[in-house]
Design a binder for this molecule. Structure first.
Ligand code: BGC
Length: 808
């Protein structure tokens, strides 16, 4: 591994030598939610961090500071194309620089252990090799733009239930071969400038204090020379965290570092040399991103500008997985009339919830995308089924601004906002506003309904609120937190406060005023509340009847089904894999009315598709990012091929071999060992709905030959269809004789190739040595397993076309 350049190290040492203990410990603690303090005396700028991973939110958690929103990480992995992931990283570096961000809090490389994991949309795959390849390319791309990354969450934050306290009990083999493997691969090949340690414990020790995994494995064995930042609020104990290799405790200003760390050194509980090591890591990061005077940044010339919207659209269509396409229903033949249905066709769910949220300047829904792509008069739209049964942040139809007033009612500033959410954390306030001066914020403007009926308005947040719609005050009272939870104001469900009969197309004034008065004991200064809204409830049966009528009248029906923000998000796991609301009923009814029914699944991670054999085609589009609807039109009309292959097995929950996400007595036991994902499905002898690696595209492929020379497998494939295409040639390694301790086969390599109709292409796949190794728990080291294997090349784990025996 290349080491840090000597002049950079010299600058780091020189800067360190000029710092006293109090300043050093201050540098290891967030000064606010996202930044470290600047130290002008040594020429050090303030380091700014931001989420990650589909965009760069910046230090403002609000829609008035928009960001490009790429497709979900599951989508990026579904493209099985490291170079595309690298290009995503280059764009994100550009976004980071535009927003003054030096470190992107990404990528998320935890594994899809149980399909119930609520945050799976934010990780790549159930397979550690694929995760490592995509993650490494992403890190390489971001860092090539001079911006740091923090590979997260180290390690085993594979579910959300009790994530702050859960102790994941993981056998050493599984830990090494599965959960640590992507981190190891990324550290080895992409040299990330940071990692983020997880909230959870592993085998009894919380990850922000895990000396063995951080100091011995990550830094010692793998040679990681970057910074280790805590997940937000994860650091709990000053001395234990420092001894466990944690460099930065976030967020500030109240952390276990800073003055508490200086005090621990003075009391003899922590050696100052250990503090120096952490400061070195921070200064090295600062040097790399160009924040330390006298040190040459890692990148002096940022890459050429990337068109974010174009790249978002390209990644989306490359990620869409066509899992079923009877009678070549897709692409749609020109001139056909289309009946589009589904709430998500109009209000697309483009990204998942939680810290990964960014606010794109625009989003293209399937309805927008198809309207633009199809000839006029050939497309109809019906809602069909609406799974969003709850209030959501006011957006569609609202035009709002935020008026900030002082205690005398004088206007001190007006902030723009593109939706009903206000979230000003720390000193992130509109220009000209200070916490001391700010007394009230009024979200005010108009709402133009698109449906006639009773609209519900609600308020999310704690404190005093006044809500008026169309000139009538409906609520003027105090909302108190249900429990003592610091995130309550941000994450608690909005309360319904007004029900108002409105007419479609007729604008009405709305106003929500909040008196800014932080609850006693809350030290982080924040203004956080939302105006929420819900469309009039329509009779669900009537909605389906309407959709069926439209489907019957059209040549093809396209049904968009989706999960909601209450199904897939950071902060909680799923309880089932069903599509919420009446969406399954909608698909069945439409499919019964029109044999040419195409279902588009807008979900970040697996859902059950119980009707999948009753419809003509099924296209999985993940959370497709801001340009999702445009990409969907590209793919449905056949302008482009859907390029994705499943990065994770899709199957029914009842059949899934590993599902548990709820700890018992604080422990979540990974008793299945190395058998997760397809490894577990194979062992259980069960057939999922759609296997790992599956995806059809718009052409067909013949596997003509495979040869093995040394560690290189060369596979020749021929495009036997009628249009050009891209094939993801997958190479699996299978022990020739079954071995109960090892999976039946596992992904050992892959390569994408393109060919015109009738042409051949050669995929060259280099098998890593690690593909033949297991972690030996007795010697605590990797062990190369000699013997006979089959190298199996094919289109998915279930569709293997060519086998070559090898003995190693
Ligand atoms: C998440 C991290 C994220 C951090 C900062 C945490 O809740 O787990 O992934 O980077 O918040 O937003």
């Amino acid at each position: 591994m290349a080491s840090t350049p000597a002049p950079q190290e010299a600058a780091v040492e020189a800067a360190l030598a000029r710092l006293d203990l109090d300043t050093k410990t201050r540098l290891l603690a967030g000064q606010d939610a996202w930044t470290l303090p600047a130290l002008p005396a040594i020429g050090l700028g303030s380091l700014v961090m931001s989420d990650g991973p589909v965009g760069v939110r910046g230090v403002r958690w609000s829609a008035d500071d928009p960001s490009v929103a790429l497709p979900s990480p599951t989508a990026l992995a579904a493209a099985w194309d490291p170079d595309l992931a690298r290009r995503a990283g280059v764009l994100l570096a550009q976004e980071a620089r535009r927003k003054g961000v030096h470190v992107l809090l990404a990528p998320t490389v935890n594994l899809h252990r149980s399909p119930l994991g609520g945050r799976h949309f934010e990780a790549y795959s159930e397979d550690p090799y694929l995760t490592g390849r995509i993650g490494a390319a992403y890190v390489t791309g971001v860092q090539s733009g001079g911006v740091g990354t923090t590979v997260k969450h180290f390690v085993a934050n594979d579910a959300e239930t009790d994530r702050f306290t859960v102790n994941n009990v993981i056998p050493a083999r599984a830990l090494r071969e599965l959960y640590l493997a992507p981190f190891e691969a990324i550290v080895g090949s992409a040299r990330p400038w940071g990692v983020m340690t997880a909230y959870n414990s592993v085998n009894g020790t919380t990850m922000t204090e895990h000396r063995y995994l951080v100091n011995e494995v990550l830094r010692g064995e793998w040679g990681f020379d970057g910074v280790n930042v805590s997940d937000w609020t994860a650091a709990r104990d000053t001395a234990a965290a420092l001894h466990g290799g944690l460099d930065i405790a976030m967020p500030g200003p109240d952390t276990v570092y800073g003055p508490a760390l200086a005090e621990a050194v003075r009391a003899g509980r922590v050696r100052e040399a250990a503090v120096d090591d952490a400061v070195r890591n921070v200064l090295r990061l600062a040097a790399r991103v160009g924040l330390l005077d006298g040190a040459e940044p890692a990148v002096t010339e940022p890459p050429a500008d990337v068109d974010g919207a174009a790249l978002a659209r390209e990644i989306a269509r490359r990620s869409f997985v066509l899992v079923r396409n009877e009678r070549d229903t897709l692409p749609l033949r020109p001139g056909r009339t289309i009946a589009l249905t589904g709430a998500a066709a109009r209000d697309a769910r483009v990204l998942g919830g939680g810290s990964a949220t960014v606010f794109p300047a625009r989003t293209v829904s399937p309805l927008d995308g198809l309207t633009a792509a199809l000839p006029e008069g050939t497309l109809t739209y019906t809602v069909g089924a609406d799974p969003s049964t709850r209030l959501a942040v006011a957006g569609q139809g609202f035009e709002l601004r935020a008026d900030c007033r002082d205690a005398h009612g004088a206007l001190i500033a007006t902030a723009t906002t593109s939706n009903g959410r206000i979230q000003w954390l720390g000193d992130d306030l509109p220009a000209g506003v200070t916490h001391d001066a700010l007394h009230s914020v009024e979200l005010t403007g108009t709402f133009t309904p698109r449906e006639t009926g009773t609209h519900t308005f609600g308020v999310q947040g704690t404190g005093r609120f006044t809500l008026a719609v169309d000139g009538t005050t409906y609520y003027d009272d105090v909302q108190r937190p249900a429990e003592d939870d610091p995130f309550e104001a941000v994450f608690a469900a909005p309360e319904p406060r007004a029900r108002v009969a409105l007419t479609a197309g007729q604008p009405v004034p709305v106003s929500l005023t909040h008196l800014v008065d932080p609850p006693a004991g809350v030290r982080v200064k924040a203004v956080a509340f939302s105006l929420a809204h819900q469309e009039p409830g329509r009779d669900p049966d009537e909605l389906i009847v309407e959709a069926v009528r439209a489907a019957r009248a059209a040549d093809t029906a396209v049904v968009v089904v989706a999960t909601t923000e209450h199904v897939e998000s950071e902060g909680f796991d799923r309880t089932d894999l069903r599509l919420p609301g009446r969406q399954d009923d909608l698909v069945r009814a439409v499919a019964a009315a029109n044999p040419d029914t195409v279902v588009v699944v807008n979900a970040g991670s697996p859902v059950e598709l119980p009707w999948r054999d009753e419809v003509a085609a099924v296209l999985l589009t993940w959370f497709p990012g801001q340009e999702g609807g445009a990409a969907l039109a590209d793919v449905l009309t056949g302008a482009r091929e859907p390029g994705g292959r499943l990065p994770t097995t899709w199957g029914a929950l009842a059949d899934a071999p590993v599902t548990r996400v709820t700890p018992e007595n604080g422990e979540l036991r990974y008793d299945e060992g190395v058998f997760i994902g397809y490894r577990a499905w194979q062992k259980a002898g069960r057939t999922p709905a759609y296997p790992f690696g599956h995806g059809l595209g718009y052409t067909t492929w013949a596997y003509e030959s495979a040869e093995v020379h040394g560690s290189t497998v060369t596979v020749r494939v021929r495009n036997t269809g009628a249009r050009p295409g891209r094939e993801v040639v997958q190479v699996y390694l299978a022990p020739a004789a079954p071995d109960a301790e090892r999976p039946a086969r596992w992904l050992a390599g892959f390569a994408g190739v393109e060919a015109a109709p009738g042409e051949t292409a050669e995929a060259r796949v280099d098998l890593p040595r690690r593909a033949f190794e297991i972690w030996d728990e007795t010697s605590n080291s990797w062990s190369f397993v000699k013997g006979s294997y089959e190298i199996q090349a094919g289109r998915s784990i279930a569709d293997r076309r060519i086998t070559v025996p090898v003995t190693v």
